[in-house]
Ligand binder design. Structure first.
Ligand code: MN
Length: 249
């Protein structure tokens, strides 16, 4: 099923004379590589490799996610990924002032396991924090809602499939809504701190929305009940941010 807004974006992207003459249609990952896009500021090229300030207080997501979980998650787990990423960049000659994290991830097979775990960990968590907001403070609407309905039949069916991806991820990892290279939305999961930008990932594309299903993300409040955490998490998804992200690509 063709998404008209996607077609419009395609036309804008490839509508120049050169694009029309060559009949070019870039894949999503080619677009990310070519346009220097970064999720930190869509459309701009700055890509901080360091941990950014949390955009809300630790308790802002309660009752879905408790303040202590957020504080430990941000100040210990995520901070460690950023610190270890800095070490890996220093050791492997990645200039964090000029390089883009996306480019490192898209070529992650050329780097160490430390870069893979911590580059992914840093990107995934920076995205995760921005993907959340106070409970029920935003609404899924507009182009993203239309695309979700076209790809998954309904918002409920999308949420069920996404939750199943999170519940079904054995051990630690992430559930994802991804814009695949053909610009269709797909749901999947990755192990550990891998993400869909990585060249080694089975699930490939632009990560639109990601959910951390590591136990450290929910264990204090939910213990073994990952499905309850996922169900409560929907209330704190920042649909405004996710829509901007979807429309930016
Ligand atoms: Mn985490």
């Amino acid at each position: 099923m063709e998404n008209q807004s996607t077609s419009r974006r395609d036309f804008i992207k490839t509508g120049g004379k050169a694009g029309l003459a060559a009949g070019l249609s870039l894949t999503v990952l080619q677009t990310i590589a070519k346009e220097n896009k970064s999720f930190f500021k869509p459309g701009k090229s700055d890509t901080p490799f360091s941990q950014q300030p949390l955009p809300y207080a630790y308790g802002a997501l309660e009752p879905s996610i408790d303040a202590m979980t957020m504080e430990i998650h941000y100040t210990k787990h995520a901070a460690a990924y950023a610190k270890n990423l800095a070490e890996a960049c220093a050791a492997e000659n990645v200039n964090t002032q000029s390089a883009r994290l996306e480019d490192v991830l898209m070529n992650i097979s050329k780097y160490s396991g430390k870069m893979r775990n911590n580059g992914g960990g840093h990107y995934n968590h920076e995205l995760f924090w921005k993907s959340m907001a106070a409970p029920n403070s935003t609404v899924l609407q507009g182009e993203l809602k239309t695309a979700i309905e076209q790809n998954f039949n309904s918002v409920d069916a999308f949420k069920t499939q996404f939750a199943d991806a999170g519940k079904g991820r054995f051990g630690s990892g992430w559930a994802w809504l991804v814009m695949a290279n053909d610009k269709k939305l797909v749901i999947g999961s990755t192990p550990n701190q891998d993400n869909p930008l990585m060249d080694i990932s089975d699930l490939k594309g632009f990560p639109v929305l990601g959910l951390d299903v590591w136990e450290h993300a929910y264990y204090l409040k939910y213990q073994n009940k990952r499905p309850d955490y996922i169900a409560a998490w929907w209330n704190v998804v920042n649909w405004d941010f996710i829509s901007q992200r979807f429309e930016s690509i």
